[in-house]
Design a protein around this ligand. Structure first.
Ligand SMILES: [Zn+2]
Length: 134
Protein backbone atom coordinates (compact mmCIF):
# COMPACT_ATOMS: atom_id res chain seq x y z
CA UNK A 1 0.00 0.00 0.00
CA UNK A 2 1.38 3.47 -0.81
CA UNK A 3 2.34 5.68 2.07
CA UNK A 4 0.78 9.10 2.36
CA UNK A 5 3.81 10.55 4.17
CA UNK A 6 7.34 9.22 4.45
CA UNK A 7 7.30 9.78 8.22
CA UNK A 8 3.64 8.75 8.69
CA UNK A 9 2.90 12.27 9.92
CA UNK A 10 5.16 11.81 12.91
CA UNK A 11 8.67 12.59 14.04
CA UNK A 12 9.23 9.26 15.73
CA UNK A 13 12.26 7.98 13.92
CA UNK A 14 13.18 4.67 15.53
CA UNK A 15 11.90 5.48 18.98
CA UNK A 16 9.13 2.91 19.18
CA UNK A 17 7.01 5.00 21.51
CA UNK A 18 6.64 8.65 22.39
CA UNK A 19 4.82 10.09 25.37
CA UNK A 20 1.28 11.29 24.78
CA UNK A 21 0.39 14.91 25.43
CA UNK A 22 -2.98 16.56 25.85
CA UNK A 23 -4.23 18.83 23.09
CA UNK A 24 -4.51 22.43 24.34
CA UNK A 25 -7.92 22.84 22.72
CA UNK A 26 -9.81 19.58 23.25
CA UNK A 27 -7.60 17.64 25.71
CA UNK A 28 -7.33 14.71 23.33
CA UNK A 29 -4.29 12.50 23.87
CA UNK A 30 -1.88 12.80 20.97
CA UNK A 31 1.70 11.53 20.64
CA UNK A 32 4.15 14.32 21.33
CA UNK A 33 5.95 13.88 18.02
CA UNK A 34 2.68 13.97 16.07
CA UNK A 35 1.19 17.02 17.78
CA UNK A 36 1.18 20.36 15.97
CA UNK A 37 3.32 22.65 18.07
CA UNK A 38 3.47 26.42 17.77
CA UNK A 39 5.49 28.72 19.98
CA UNK A 40 3.65 31.98 20.54
CA UNK A 41 5.32 35.19 21.69
CA UNK A 42 2.93 38.06 22.24
CA UNK A 43 2.73 41.28 24.16
CA UNK A 44 0.81 41.31 27.43
CA UNK A 45 -0.95 44.58 26.58
CA UNK A 46 -2.09 46.03 23.27
CA UNK A 47 -0.34 48.95 21.58
CA UNK A 48 -2.36 51.89 22.97
CA UNK A 49 -2.32 50.55 26.55
CA UNK A 50 1.40 49.93 26.24
CA UNK A 51 1.95 53.57 25.30
CA UNK A 52 -0.11 54.74 28.32
CA UNK A 53 1.91 52.53 30.65
CA UNK A 54 5.16 53.73 29.15
CA UNK A 55 4.08 57.36 29.63
CA UNK A 56 3.36 56.77 33.32
CA UNK A 57 6.38 54.54 33.88
CA UNK A 58 9.12 55.43 36.37
CA UNK A 59 11.71 53.78 34.15
CA UNK A 60 11.52 56.51 31.55
CA UNK A 61 15.23 57.09 31.26
CA UNK A 62 16.38 57.17 27.66
CA UNK A 63 19.53 55.25 28.45
CA UNK A 64 18.00 52.07 29.85
CA UNK A 65 15.38 50.79 27.52
CA UNK A 66 12.79 49.12 29.70
CA UNK A 67 11.16 46.25 27.87
CA UNK A 68 7.65 45.21 28.75
CA UNK A 69 7.45 41.51 29.63
CA UNK A 70 5.99 39.26 26.96
CA UNK A 71 3.93 36.12 27.08
CA UNK A 72 5.72 33.00 25.90
CA UNK A 73 3.22 30.26 25.21
CA UNK A 74 3.78 26.88 23.67
CA UNK A 75 0.65 25.54 22.03
CA UNK A 76 0.25 21.85 21.28
CA UNK A 77 -2.69 20.70 19.22
CA UNK A 78 -3.98 17.36 18.02
CA UNK A 79 -4.24 16.92 14.24
CA UNK A 80 -8.02 17.44 14.22
CA UNK A 81 -7.77 20.76 16.05
CA UNK A 82 -4.79 21.85 13.97
CA UNK A 83 -6.79 21.40 10.80
CA UNK A 84 -10.02 22.80 12.26
CA UNK A 85 -8.26 25.95 13.50
CA UNK A 86 -6.44 26.20 10.13
CA UNK A 87 -3.01 26.06 11.75
CA UNK A 88 -2.13 23.40 9.20
CA UNK A 89 -4.01 22.58 6.02
CA UNK A 90 -4.57 19.57 3.85
CA UNK A 91 -2.06 19.70 1.04
CA UNK A 92 -1.80 18.06 -2.34
CA UNK A 93 0.62 15.19 -2.91
CA UNK A 94 3.22 17.49 -4.48
CA UNK A 95 2.96 20.24 -1.87
CA UNK A 96 3.08 17.70 0.93
CA UNK A 97 6.78 17.21 0.10
CA UNK A 98 7.60 20.81 1.03
CA UNK A 99 9.10 21.10 4.49
CA UNK A 100 8.58 24.32 6.39
CA UNK A 101 11.12 25.26 9.01
CA UNK A 102 9.68 27.72 11.47
CA UNK A 103 12.93 28.45 13.27
CA UNK A 104 13.08 32.16 13.97
CA UNK A 105 16.14 33.91 12.61
CA UNK A 106 17.14 37.54 12.69
CA UNK A 107 17.72 37.91 8.96
CA UNK A 108 14.29 36.50 8.26
CA UNK A 109 12.48 38.89 10.56
CA UNK A 110 10.66 40.54 7.69
CA UNK A 111 9.71 37.22 6.23
CA UNK A 112 8.27 35.94 9.50
CA UNK A 113 6.10 39.02 10.01
CA UNK A 114 4.45 38.33 6.64
CA UNK A 115 3.47 34.89 7.89
CA UNK A 116 5.91 33.08 5.66
CA UNK A 117 8.21 30.34 6.79
CA UNK A 118 11.61 29.32 5.64
CA UNK A 119 11.35 26.33 3.33
CA UNK A 120 13.92 23.67 4.04
CA UNK A 121 14.17 21.70 0.82
CA UNK A 122 13.44 24.45 -1.72
CA UNK A 123 15.85 26.93 -3.20
CA UNK A 124 13.36 29.74 -3.77
CA UNK A 125 10.69 29.88 -1.05
CA UNK A 126 8.77 32.72 -2.72
CA UNK A 127 8.04 30.63 -5.79
CA UNK A 128 6.77 27.75 -3.70
CA UNK A 129 4.32 29.94 -1.79
CA UNK A 130 2.96 31.40 -5.02
CA UNK A 131 2.42 27.87 -6.28
CA UNK A 132 0.46 26.98 -3.13
CA UNK A 133 -1.96 29.86 -3.58
CA UNK A 134 -2.98 28.79 -7.08
ZN1 LIG B 1 -7.55 18.78 19.89
Amino acid sequence: MPKKRRNNGRNKNHKGHSDPIHCDNCERLCPKDKAIKRFLIKNMVDGSSKRDIEDMSVYKDENDNYQMPKLYIKNQYCVSCGIHARIVRVRSTVNRRIRYVSRYRKDQKGEMSKGLYRVANQKYPEKVIVKEEE
